[in-house]
Design a binder for this molecule. Structure first.
Ligand SMILES: [Zn+2]
Length: 192
């Protein structure tokens, strides 16, 4: 049985090398560069439109980077609360946009269409010291654990993607989110 698994993996890798990897981008808002207030991430609040502009800039930069590095496809899942913060009007036209609720338990990854995940604009888990707008889903959640270990939203994305054999290859967020991610994947590098 094992060689079949190996063969399937090898074929998938060879295919990806031929056409360039398909990248799946999960977005959030609280960790976008320049966002520092709930007013920037809450629909209807005074600085919400500013928050959306900062978000789309960071998402489009990620799409451009993926394409320049040879990606053959990019899909963006609007992952901030309610999944209705990005606009196809402003999104880099080379990417697909996924929006709407409820969020499926597989985060749209069970088809195994993608070879890598980017997490963009992420924040640290609830209770993190010096975490900017840190929380875990709802502001009422104090701690969420997975196999006894506290995890935040980025840890949940990484666990679900990992379940389907898809690595998280990039994260952008505030310092505390980056530290949280590196603790999960210590072999990762850091760019400032
Ligand atoms: Zn959010």
């Amino acid at each position: 049985m094992r060689w079949i698994v190996w063969l399937v993996m090898w074929l998938a890798a060879a295919q990806a090398a031929e056409r360039g990897p398909r990248i799946y981008i999960v977005t959030d808002m609280e960790g976008v560069a320049g966002v520092n207030s709930w007013e920037q991430v809450t629909v209807g609040e005074r600085r919400y439109e500013e928050g959306r502009r900062l978000l789309i800039g960071e998402v489009n930069a990620a799409i451009e980077g993926a394409m320049e590095a040879g990606a053959s496809e990019v899909a963006v899942w609007d992952g901030h609360g309610g999944s209705r913060h990005l606009s196809v009007e402003l999104l880099d036209a080379r990417a697909h946009l996924i929006q709407g609720t409820p969020t499926p338990a597989d985060y749209y990854l069970s088809e195994k269409r993608f070879e890598g995940v980017f997490i963009i604009g992420q924040h640290a888990m609830a209770g993190t010291k010096n975490g900017l707008l840190a929380h875990t889903q709802s502001l009422r959640v104090k701690e969420l654990t997975l196999n006894g270990k506290p995890v935040g939203e980025l840890g949940q994305v990484a666990a679900i993607a990992g379940h389907f054999g898809i690595p998280v290859v990039l994260l952008s967020g505030d310092q505390a989110a980056c530290d949280e991610f590196l603790a999960l994947q210590p072999k990762g590098g850091r760019w400032r």
